[in-house]
Design a protein around this ligand. Structure first.
Ligand code: BG6
Ligand code: MG
Length: 219
């Protein structure tokens, strides 16, 4: 019996994954580091400094901490410019329906995002009130694939990990959900998200009520 569902934000609820990609690509290429969609997959779900370190490593660069912080700030400024004009129209298809279905099914609804911009994005999308609790990078020590963020969300929602469903678009995110002992729904490519219990191409058309029913008959 599931009592809570915990959503990732970027790439699940809204396509900010695209904006992170564009902002990192601009920074990386400015540093002479090649950047494409395949490499970007490794950054999905990874926090800001962790993502920057992967880019620098790829380019064989090792700047001092103050320069790394400056580069991370530059990327974040670009990213914030890209997301500044977002509205509810930027919700991914099926996202709002999934949030509403979760409520209708009596589940607690949480957000687990390593983005320090998560609160701003929820506000821009006008969906803050759909969440009983939000856990972002400011509340955790270890990013995904560590389970800390999902376990913290479960605790805040008062749900046992085994009674939680996690929803993710990143491989490290699915890993975090599974390490937390939760059921994982992957949104995206089944080859990349192979560790998930169920992979859907998008939340569009995903019938949460039917999924819960199916899971209940399996247990
Ligand atoms: C994750 C994204 O949700 O947040 C990553 O998948 C991003 O791509 C990370 O780097 C950190 O986001 P922010 O907004 O704190 O730079
Ligand atoms: Mg994501």
């Amino acid at each position: 019996m599931f009592t809570a569902i915990i959503f990732d934000l970027d790439g699940v609820i809204t396509d900010t994954a695209r904006y992170h990609y564009l902002a990192w690509k601009r920074l990386a290429e400015g540093l002479g580091v090649p950047f494409d969609e395949a490499f970007n997959e490794q950054l999905k779900g990874v926090d800001r400094m962790g993502s920057l370190d992967l880019i620098l490593k790829r380019g064989g660069l090792d700047p001092a901490l103050d320069e790394r912080l400056r580069l991370a700030d530059r990327k974040n400024d670009d990213y914030r410019q890209l997301v500044a004009t977002m509205t509810r129209a930027d919700l991914l298809p099926g996202a709002l329906n999934a949030l509403e279905s979760a409520r209708a099914a009596g589940l607690k609804v949480g957000l687990a995002s390593v983005s320090k911009n998560a609160g701003t994005i929820l506000e821009r999308l006008g969906i803050t009130t759909y969440f009983d609790d939000v856990v972002d990078a400011n509340l955790i020590k270890r990013g995904k694939p560590d389970p800390e963020i999902f376990l913290t969300a479960a605790q805040k929602l008062g749900a046992a990990p085994a009674a939680c469903i996690g929803v993710e678009d990143a491989a490290v995110g699915v890993q975090a959900i599974k390490s937390a002992g939760m059921l994982a729904i992957g949104v995206g490519d089944p080859v990349i998200l192979g560790q998930a219990d169920r992979v859907v191409p998008s939340l569009d058309g995903f019938d949460l009520a039917a999924f819960l029913k199916e899971m209940a008959t399996r247990r």
